[in-house]
Ligand binder design. Structure first.
Ligand code: C2O
Length: 598
């Protein structure tokens, strides 16, 4: 893995990039470069030919290297190359689907879809909006008995189809596994893993997946208006496992769930594998503050909300969006059965689609995309980068034929002919609050008394560090004075934790505190908690990185609102504390810095 010393990290210029790629006057798109550190041409090889030397260039965009080679000839010293064409990630024909890397004791044997004799057709939106019925996805806790009966009949019909039928429940569940556990490579990049998590593909991939699942279900029950429910975990009435999924005689029940979390247990949207000691009202308050933090504080711009760019040829896991980390990850882990070998079903990506609850969880994730756009019509827009808009996936529809659908096809749920039941957003008013006894200013913190009060926290002297205990680091800010609202809007101050490495099959979570005198004293939903990183276990057919075969990724946490609330906008630096919560000792951190980001 990359072993960058702290001095290299500090010396490396901050890369500030926007998802709207700058265009030159000639119309060429210049891609923002991921890293300027130690490019090595030998790392330009595909994954299969990966050099065994320490790879310090893996954050670098591989296609730049490939074009650089073409322009300069093999053996030339690497020079950054301009790329003249866009490279969206595309799913290759399903016949290329390979064996997924399944954990020991896996309850499925393959993740590949049934083969198709025909080539995929391009997705065609509804020809006429007015004559295509609109489906309204209901909140799962509020549905009628008739709805539950119809939904059960649909899932029963799906389960009754043989796995060789792409509409079957088994084949539908496998779709997720294939896209998450290494069965595909992006078209044109054999040997490189195609991964739909931990990047800007997260929201659109899952939207497409649910869209076809819903069409299949509607056709099996003979009702083109039938809509899947969403698990409304962001509002108090929806913060329990919805009753229809908990009924053991139902098609919606899955025995591979954490039995402790059956109703009336309240969900912890910040779950880390340990049962929280909250009262019900504290838990609800905590969940609402978590929702505010993820949807508002951490998601001020499209580039932050959607997650990091991920283009064909890039290493996967460029960086998850705030919502993908939380609540998406903890909800998976909260549902999965800790008594199963790999937290099946919901607690591992290969098996998550086997639980009917998955689709309700993801419907609410998908709803968050729509909700976020509605929070601020001016700033909360979809991305405009062509490599995002043109990324494409393959799905079977209800007929069943193989369809290629692009991200640009799914930006408007109205055009896809579905919407969500309008329900309240109580978290909009739940801005986290400062814990009076827990905040400190970086300027004033070095007194021995303050140190003692901080509890067991080790000071990181150099990176990378293995996160086996709470670890603190002082991080310089790129701005040391208060900025105007307009300045803050145009450039968001972002805490970047990169070179995060997690072993495969490891459920991991760490929390990131800023200016917390005593992180243990931070109250539920406290402002000192900047955010968290969460890994839902999954594997990679192509081997991941190094011996650990884990993922390597980056966490980006917008700081603007937090620094305002902590009254730290005038400080030269902040004190960051990383606290491992789950998977202790299995997470490595490459470095911590603050950047300004569009
Ligand atoms: Cu594709 Cu919730 O995971």
């Amino acid at each position: 893995m990359a072993s960058l010393s702290q001095s290299q990290l500090i010396a490396a210029p901050s890369t500030t990039f926007s998802l709207c790629s700058p265009r030159t006057s000639s119309g060429l798109t210049i891609r923002p470069r991921r890293s300027t550190v130690h490019q090595r041409v030998s790392c330009a090889s595909s994954r299969g030919e990966r050099s065994s030397e320490p790879d310090t260039s893996r954050q670098h965009d591989r296609r730049d290297v490939l074009l650089g080679l073409g322009a300069l000839g093999a053996g030339a010293t690497f020079m950054p190359a301009r790329r003249a064409r866009a490279d969206p990630v595309a799913t290759p024909n399903v016949s290329t689907c390979g064996q997924a890397d399944l954990p020991p004791g896996a309850n499925v044997s393959t993740c590949c879809p049934p083969p198709s004799n025909a080539l995929p057709v391009d997705f065609a939106p509804a020809a006429s909006l007015s004559s295509t019925p609109l489906r309204t996805r209901p909140a799962a806790h509020s549905v009628t008995a008739d709805y539950v009966a119809k939904f059960n009949a649909g899932i029963a019909a799906m389960k009754a189809l043989p796995a060789s039928d792409p509409r079957s429940f088994a084949a539908q569940a496998a779709v997720h596994c294939a896209y998450c556990d290494g069965s595909y490579s992006p078209e044109g990049f054999p040997g490189v893993e195609l991964q739909v998590h931990n990047s800007w593909l997260f929201f659109p991939f899952h939207r497409c997946y649910l869209y076809f699942f819903e069409r299949i279900l509607g056709s099996l029950v003979g009702d083109p208006t039938f809509a899947i429910p969403f698990w409304n975990w962001d509002a108090p009435d929806g913060m329990r496992l919805p009753a229809m999924y908990a009924d053991q005689s139902s098609q919606l029940f899955d025995p591979r769930r954490d039995a402790r979390h059956a109703p009336p247990k309240l969900i912890d949207l910040d779950y880390n594998g340990t049962e929280p000691r909250f009262t019900d009202s504290q838990q609800i308050d905590h969940n609402l503050r978590v929702m505010y933090r993820q949807m508002v504080s951490l998601s001020p711009t499209p580039s932050l909300f959607f997650g990091s760019p991920y283009r064909a040829g890039d290493d996967p896991n460029q960086g998850p969006s705030p919502v993908e980390n939380i609540p998406h990850g903890p909800v998976h882990i909260w549902c999965g059965d800790p008594k199963q070998p790999s937290f099946e079903d919901m607690g591992n990506f290969y098996s998550a689609g086997n639980d009917p609850l998955f689709y309700a969880h993801h419907a609410n994730i998908d709803r968050m995309w729509s909700v976020w756009k509605g929070l601020d019509a001016r700033r909360h827009t979809d991305l405009t980068d062509p490599d995002w808009l043109n990324a494409s996936f393959l799905f079977y529809d209800e007929t069943p034929k193989l369809v290629r659908i692009r991200v640009r096809d799914v930006l408007d749920t109205g055009a896809l002919r579905y919407q969500y039941q309008d329900v309240p957003l109580p978290w909009k008013a739940a801005r986290p609050t400062v814990t009076a006894t827990a905040t400190r200013r970086a300027d004033s913190l070095v007194t021995p008394a303050a140190k003692a009060a901080g509890g067991a926290t080790k000071k990181a002297s150099k990176f990378p560090v293995t996160l086996d205990e709470a670890t603190s680091v002082t991080v310089r800010r790129p701005v040391g004075s208060k900025r105007s609202k307009a300045e803050k809007e145009s450039k968001v101050e972002v805490l970047v934790i990169d070179g995060i490495e997690v072993g495969r099959d490891v459920a991991a979570k760490f929390d990131v505190f800023v200016n917390a005198e005593d992180h243990g004293a931070v109250g539920s939903g406290g402002r000192e908690l900047a955010g968290s990183f969460v890994n839902v276990p999954h594997r990679h057919a192509h081997g991941g990185h190094g011996k650990e075969r884990g993922i390597k990724t980056t966490l980006r946490l917008a700081l603007n609102e937090q620094l305002e609330d902590l009254k730290a906008e005038g400080d030269e630096s902040v004190e960051v504390i990383l606290v491992p919560r789950q998977g202790k000792g299995n997470v490595k951190i490459g470095g911590v810095r603050i950047e300004l980001m569009h």
